[in-house]
Ligand binder design. Structure first.
Ligand code: NAD
Length: 371
């Protein structure tokens, strides 16, 4: 008996399943009949994933006699560019696809974001499925249909909403992931617990160590919980006009840190989100929205897991003026006011619109080095 979990993202005619298990072969097998009805199958991956997880192609060949058109992109955030988008579109068009072709996106969030956009643009839209291979992509970016490339004016500014036909998640693809990338994924898992479900936080307190060691049972459970929460939120607000914005908890501060460090390897997105959540909790306390207990719950848990959660842990020195400048660069500015997702308590997020910038300045002055 093959054991895996299925979650449905409810979006009427755009609904789709998320399959989660520990064996890629059994998950692909389950979905292969559907793939078989397409005229052409294009698999897009990156160079690292192609090298580290060759068994995907072996499994696919063993299970199906369909010919795969394989496109390999360079790894890393810089891949989300116009040049790569053009290159990818043209490589796929060269294979003479029709509208009944499907793209399988095999990789982390970078590949997921650019492939989702490509699928939306080619022939005015062809189907795609996500087979995410980082913990971050499995719990976050592969679900919800946000696609994007970056602009010199900021990250993820050019994109669409385009839901996949399915998300196929297997934890055996994570085994080659390095520790930093696992922690980056754990950041988003922890985010769900704080914004949505205290009992999930209790589960993480008990099982966090096993999750960051990628023990299948606990990892699958945490992925399932995270995907259920994200699917729930996305089902209520597909286009981020309301409740979906709570998923940005920690991200406004986090993006400022990523932007300051030039979106480099110095700090990964998820690592910046951990520090960003720490800032968001401290800002919540500064505004009298939450008690110290909430911050202690956060920091005690991260100390227990030995996960860095301060700027100094990454030897990043930002002044408050740097911070404000880079926060403003972030796109989540509503009617020219900055907006932060803050917490009153577990599962009690609020959207805080900053009408008086001095408040942020005072907070940052207290929490950062001077100019
Ligand atoms: N669309 C969304 O809703 C959404 C949500 C969150 C993040 N994102 C985007 O996701 C991106 C970050 O995703 P990411 O952290 O997965 O980054 P990534 O795709 O760059 O992957 C990180 C690194 O790990 C490598 N890798 C991937 N799978 C591997 C594996 N199994 N073993 C070994 N190495 C592996 C990749 O080659 C890459 O070098 C950002 O661009 C961010 O903007 C999108």
């Amino acid at each position: 008996m093959i054991n895996f979990k299925t979650i449905k993202v409810n979006l009427n005619e755009r609904s789709y399943p998320i399959l989660i298990g520990e064996n890629l072969e059994s998950i692909l097998l389950k979905y292969l009949k559907k793939i078989g009805s397409y005229s052409k199958v294009i698999v897009v991956t990156d160079k690292v994933v192609n090298k580290k997880i060759p068994f995907f192609f072996k499994v696919f060949r063993n299970l199906s006699n369909m010919k795969i058109i394989k496109v390999i992109l360079p790894p890393g955030e810089k891949t989300k560019s116009f040049a790569n988008l053009q290159n990818l579109c043209e490589k796929i068009l060269k294979a003479k696809i029709d509208r009944n072709a499907i793209i399988i996106c095999f990789g982390g969030g970078v590949i997921g974001d650019i492939v989702g956009l490509t699928a939306n643009l080619l022939l005015r839209g062809i189907d795609f499925i996500q087979v995410p291979t980082t913990l971050l992509a499995q719990v976050d970016s592969s679900v919800g249909g946000k696609t994007a490339i970056n602009s010199k004016y900021g990250k993820n500014l050019i994109g669409t909403f385009n839901q996949p036909k399915a998300v196929l998640i297997s934890t055996d693809t994570l085994q080659t992931l390095d520790k930093r990338q696992v922690i980056a994924g754990y950041a988003e898992i922890l985010k769900y617990a704080f914004i949505y479900d205290k009992s999930f936080f209790n589960f993480l307190k008990k099982n966090g160590k096993r999750i960051i060691r990628l023990k299948p049972k606990e990892t699958i459970e945490s992925i399932e919980k995270s995907c259920r929460i994200k699917a729930n939120i996305v089902s209520k607000d597909e286009y981020e006009k309301g409740v979906r914005e709570i998923l940005n908890f920690g991200h406004t501060f986090g993006h400022a840190i990523e932007s300051f460090t030039g979106f480099s390897e110095k700090i990964l997105h998820g690592e910046a989100v951990i520090i960003g959540m720490h800032f968001a909790l401290k800002f919540s306390k500064f505004l009298g929205l939450c008690s110290n207990h909430l911050i202690d719950d956060f920091t005690d848990h991260l100390k227990d897991l030995k996960i860095p959660h301060n700027l100094e842990d990454y030897e990043i020195k930002m002044s408050y003026t740097d911070f404000i400048k880079h926060i403003k660069f972030d796109k989540k500015i509503k009617n020219s006011y900055l907006k932060f997702i803050l917490l009153k308590d577990f599962a009690r997020p609020i959207g805080y619109i900053l009408k008086n910038e001095k408040v942020l300045e005072d907070f940052l002055k207290q929490n950062l080095t001077k100019d």
